[in-house]
Design a protein around this ligand. Sequence first.
Ligand code: FAD
Length: 607
Amino acid sequence: MKFDVIIVGGGHAGAEAAAAAARLGAKTALLTSNLDTISQMSCNPAIGGVAKGQIVREVDALGGLMGEIIDATGIQFRMLNRSKGPAMHGPRAQADKKAYQFAMKERLENLENLELHQELVEELLVEQRPDGKPFVTGVKTMLGEIYEAPRVVLTTGTFLRGILHYGPNQFPGGRAGDMPANKLSQTLERAGIRLARFKTGTPARLNGRTIDYSNLSPHVGDEDPVPFSFLHETLQVEQIPCWITRTNAKVHQIIRENLHRAPMYSGQINSTGPRYCPSIETKIVRFSDKESHQLYLEPEGRHTLEVYVNGLSTSLPCDVQREMIRNIEGLENAQIMRYAYAIEYDFAPPEQLHPSLETKAIEGLFFAGQINGTTGYEEAAGQGLLAAANAVRSLNGQDPLILGREEAYLGVMVDDLVTKGVDEPYRMFTSRAEHRLRLRGDNADRRLTEIGWNAGLVDAERWKIFREKMDAIEQLAAFLRESRVRLPAGGTISAEEYLRRPEVEWSEIAERFPQVKEFSLRVTEQVCWDIKYSGYLSRQDASVERARKLQKIRIPDDFDYFAINQLRMEAKEQLSRIRPQTIDQASRIRGITPADLAVLVLVLRKH
Ligand SMILES: Cc1cc2nc3c(=O)[nH]c(=O)nc-3n(C[C@H](O)[C@H](O)[C@H](O)COP(=O)(O)OP(=O)(O)OC[C@H]3O[C@@H](n4cnc5c(N)ncnc54)[C@H](O)[C@@H]3O)c2cc1C
């Protein structure tokens, strides 16, 4: 029972962590309370989205599994924001929830160096060096088993002292159907780790057989689905539609009349939840003038009729849930298979971590995922990969793998977590990244695969595919530099310069130079966007630099932040609450990003 690295928890962070440690050659044990729930999607059956999809691509570029597994098990694929520029494109897929879990489990079972054990970890084993510095030596489980390792990565999700709320009914649980991890919280506190509480919620699941789809609009996948993984060129998948319905005045009235029974409003829940993913009762209170809210009915898989009601997260009592559902178009006769609920859980405020995700308090102990105050499968997966990589690197005496904010969303996330901490569950948004034109989903391999290869995270097959793609990009770019386009007014310019013109589309280049059609879409889009956005990219760098220099500008006391459209709502609220005197002061307010500061500087300059 002696290992190099122990991963505690087999959720999205734990699965990537276990795979990364094993890929790096460390003797690894993944201990998780239920092997049948590896990578379970506790909330919606979907992977990706804007900014989150970019993270999945980054995890994939570093040799992680999430992209490959969702490509293999997705039931609907959409590229969000396709009409916007490539920095805003967000790949998203509906998952077959169970197929995803079992595909991930099978991948992990097949990994050399990795053992999987169904165990609930209850205790951290910690010793002290002669200078008093504590260090981890392993864990003890509920069965009394001891697993020894000099590196332990905790990825326990929502399970630490989890409490589920269904209206006034509350009971301990890691999520519906799972027991909580209570004792582990106690040993963490004894070891000097500070814990705090967050909450989150999930909607009801319905039996699709009892939904009347006849008047609902379908929400279908892309005709040309784009894979997440850089290992896959195309996707052959039979897609399943989602459906759209809406809440209405009657449903809102039911919610208002029962607000006093909602744990969020009755005082039963005091912890903070994800503001951008509010419960339906919060939406009704916060946006009281809105007459209806859109709901997406999302199938949970190919071999189940269960349907997830996206947008109707609640902790109202079960009888109120039935009443709400009965009054929604298409759901009049729908049977609730699982009731919606909220969960409160412990997390460890992440300013207690080094940028390697190792805890400052206990040497050799790393945290990843929801335990760090984040929310989301993708955010968890990225942290799992980095934490495990750094656990192994520290064993080998290597410097930690720390990605820059200009290199990856993963770099932005870790930097935000460890330098600013969190005051609400942290999810990734494109607006958190000041270099977001660089941090695109399509170029994640160009940003990260070489880093992953040098770190030993990327295998030979991925490296070969990447090298071939890079060679093709160079060939195509050289071809465009050397080829000439005759202009109607006379004279010629290079195809590269011609393509840089805003009105010139790639299709015109392909018509003039049919040779370029030999290159794959993944190659042509890289070359095309490099050329099209070269001006913006250099301007973006310059503007971030300028923002840094101008941080000392004063802000008038009565400044109206809500009048600045380009500012995020979170920024408007925080700045109005604190009212900083200078840009410099504003930069230190939690939740204010460099991108917010750049907007503020621009507006103040106009003043
Ligand atoms: C009710 C609910 C609603 C949610 N809603 C949203 C949402 O709207 N949006 C969103 O982005 N995210 C939501 N989430 C959060 C999302 O599920 C997590 O962000 C994500 O799963 C985090 O991944 P993780 O790997 O950190 O933890 P998890 O996926 O929670 O995995 C934790 C794993 O650790 C195991 N484990 C825990 N303790 C121990 C122990 N002591 N010993 C052994 N094994 C242990 C568990 O069995 C589990 O496998 C919700 C979660 C819940 C429960």
